[in-house]
Design a protein. Structure first.
Length: 712
């Protein structure tokens, strides 16, 4: 009997221990996932992990035993990180500080010094973001003293990376507080260490040195900018030489991680303006092409100038930080007879976004809303063209008839080509003015893949396990109803009839799966036309001088929908590793589209993406990484009827041309859409009569949503 009782107790103990281990493993796993979300600024997903963590923690708190405080500390840290992402909104900075302090207190009580140092760093990051530089310095002093004691007193070399990291962060705080001599001494010490150890942090330290010198120049006068320029040139030359050597062996993820961790430099140095326009133009060319380029060819501004014709003008728009870290938009203008690029400052981004359009809408909210009717208000506002195509910019453009421009920042979300005040000029959007150096003969249009009339609610049975799981996880929780687009079948049918080409392929209905589409891409069609739903889940990255952004998955948050998607996204038992009817920008980027002359995405929001210094993460960049040439994409939700009419006119114009000119065909198609009208008959029950209504499509919501990119 005693043995039976002992066995039962042992079994119960084992079960209890197993449950404890299971809960701890779940919490640890969730915490690690949440930390990754924090690193990539995905605060929406971070919020979801916090809820999951709380559910597991509250279900069996006693099972955590003596470690319960540790898990409370982790929870507080996650909450602090979440509110950190929302600082500037209501009292989120206060909540973030309180949660970080709660976590820090617990770790201090448990004498968990390593975790405590991490919390001091997080608090420093928070205070730096809030511009409370003295508080940030106080937190970093604690971290620095801890590692200084271990490195310089106890002689523990393994702590050196943390020591020099805290030293370089302290340098930025001291510069912000006006102690430039100490800041330069500290950053120079870090640079010497990183270069000797051959750490990648060496380049980040060089960037910080340039920023410190820039802050010093701002504080003490323009005569100090020369040293800042020299420091930035050193950064550019050394960093980009290293990148050029490694570019061919880098995969997309490696390029992505590098640029996201260093593009803060771009925002800083454009404040130099006309003090170093040649350097800035070259830097812009490199930065805008970096994530889509596989070769190490460093195009320079002189090569762009040489590619310009007499009546051409090239403009590189750039987003940057002005004094007091005010985000601004400027541009560099180049003509074929320019001795050097001309830098023009335009406006503060926040000032533009906060400009009121109506009683309830600002320019910022009108851009953010995908509702088509709001776009009429936005594009009919006369102040917007005057701010973007300002008087100094129009003067620099002069008598140029064709204006090639590459957008940056919020301009990726605006069809500024339709806001040009001089209607005699033709504005051509480019991913980078570097494209001009690769002009080629008129594009071939001898074969086309046409996809439309997709049955989203059809039942498909995918077999291949090669899916973008991140895209599925992003879309599945927010999917409700996906409506079929009736006009898209008519659209692709009419294009097929207009082209009357035996080399064309039609992919429609339930056959239009993502798997079938990817298989057809291998046939190297000249034209790829997809008429479907698009999706975009943009978010804004949050980072600063002492903590660069480390990673990004936003290309999984933009894409196109194919057959069966309505079922796969709502099926709780669906295997997310299988083809799901979602073709994300990340998946598109892995295809070979270098043979395509034109890709048309007749879908909603296909031109949008997460905005960064390199351009737009999303479908646009996915297509460019895949080697696409000219693209037609949309900036907001499109009307499927007016879109189908526009597309028919566009292809009809293309077919009528002997030498294919994508831009001229599209401009003529827009003109014809403006003249389009349909008559609707309806019965008025109030007086029992038939009445008519004429619907026109001459407003911005119909004629402005589509943009052409890289058609030269």
């Amino acid at each position: 009997m005693k043995r039976i009782v002992t066995n039962i107790l042992s079994l119960l103990f084992a079960i209890t221990l197993s449950a404890q281990n299971s809960d701890r493993q779940k919490l640890t796993s969730i915490f690690k996932e949440a930390e990754q979300c924090y690193l990539i600024d995905d605060y929406q997903q971070l919020e979801s992990y916090i809820k999951q963590y709380a559910d597991v923690f509250n279900a069996h708190p006693k099972s955590l035993g003596d470690s319960i405080d540790v898990y409370r500390a982790y929870y507080a840290k996650m909450c602090g990180a979440y509110y950190y992402g929302l600082t500037g909104i209501d009292s989120c900075d206060y909540y973030s500080e309180q949660m970080y302090r709660t976590s820090l207190d617990i770790f201090n009580q448990r004498n968990s010094v390593t975790n405590a140092m991490v919390l001091h760093e997080e608090l420093a990051q928070l205070y730096y973001k809030m511009r409370a530089y003295d508080k940030a310095k106080t937190e970093l002093d604690t971290v620095y003293q801890y590692y200084d004691e271990r490195v310089n007193i106890m002689g523990i070399s393994s702590y050196e990376p943390q020591y020099y990291k805290s030293l370089s962060q302290l340098a930025m705080c001291n510069a912000r507080l006006g102690d430039f001599g100490l800041a330069l001494d500290q950053i120079d010490e870090a640079i010497h260490y990183y270069k000797r150890q051959e750490y990648d942090d060496y380049y980040e330290a060089l960037r910080k040195r340039g920023k410190i010198l820039m802050l010093q120049a701002d504080s003490t006068g323009s005569t100090n900018y020369k040293e800042a320029i020299n420091s930035y040139k050193r950064y550019i030359n050394e960093r980009y030489d290293a990148i050029a050597r490694e570019l061919g062996s880098m995969n997309d993820s490696q390029r992505n991680q590098y640029w996201l961790s260093t593009h803060q430099f771009l925002y800083d140095c454009f404040r130099l303006g006309n003090r170093a326009p040649e350097m800035l133009y070259d830097l812009t060319l490199f930065s805008k092409d970096y994530l889509v380029r596989k070769d190490a060819d460093m195009t320079k501004w002189r090569q762009v100038r040489q590619a310009l014709r007499k009546q051409d003008c090239a403009i590189e728009f750039v987003q940057y930080f002005g004094r007091n870290d005010e985000k601004r938009l400027g541009c560099m203008v180049l003509r074929n007879n320019s001795p050097k690029p001309l830098f023009i400052d335009l406006f503060a981004t926040d000032s533009l976004l906060n400009l009121p359009l109506t009683d309830i809408h600002t320019i910022g909210s009108a851009i953010a809303f995908s509702i088509s009717e709001i776009k009429d208000t936005l594009y009919n506002d006369r102040r917007l063209p005057a701010l973007i195509w300002s008087e100094p910019l129009m003067k620099a453009i002069g008598n140029a008839q064709r204006v090639y421009f590459s957008p940056d920042g919020l301009l990726h979300q605006l069809a500024i080509e339709y806001l040009m005040p001089d209607t005699t000029k033709i504005c051509c959007r480019l991913s980078s003015t570097r494209v001009l150096t690769r002009r080629k003969a008129a594009p071939k249009m001898s074969s086309a893949l046409l996809c439309g009339g997709i049955e989203y609610n059809s039942v498909v049975h995918p077999a291949d396990r090669n899916n973008d799981v991140v895209a599925y996880r992003f879309l599945a929780p927010q999917t409700t109803t996906i409506n079929d687009l009736s006009w898209t079948r008519k659209e692709v049918d009419s294009i097929l009839a207009l082209r009357n080409n035996p080399n064309d392929t039609l992919l429609v209905g339930r056959d239009a799966t993502d798997k079938a589409f990817l298989q057809l891409l291998k046939h190297n069609y000249d034209v790829i036309h997809i008429s479907t739903h698009g999706y975009f889940g943009g978010r804004t990255g949050i980072h600063n001088d002492i903590k660069p952004l480390l990673n990004d998955d936003s290309m999984s948050q933009s894409g196109l929908l194919f057959a069966g998607v309505a079922n796969t996204l709502t099926d709780k038992d669906f295997d997310e590793n299988l083809f799901d009817g979602v073709l994300s920008a990340a998946e598109l980027s892995k295809q070979d589209l270098s043979h395509s002359e034109l890709i048309v995405l007749s879908a909603c929001q296909t031109g949008l993406g997460h905005l960064t210094a390199d351009g737009v993460h999303g479908i646009q960049r996915g297509l460019k990484q895949a080697g696409a040439n000219a693209m037609m994409l949309s900036l907001w939700n499109v009307n499927d009827y007016s879109a189908s009419v526009l597309m028919r006119h566009f292809y009809k114009e293309l077919e009528s041309q002997t030498t294919k000119d994508i831009h001229s065909a599209f401009l003529k198609a827009r003109k014809k859409l403006e003249q389009e009208e349909i008559v609707i008959y309806w019965f008025d029950v109030s007086d029992f009569t038939m009445k008519t209504e004429v619907i026109k499509y001459d407003t911005p919501q119909h004629i402005n949503p589509f943009i052409i990119i890289d058609a030269i």
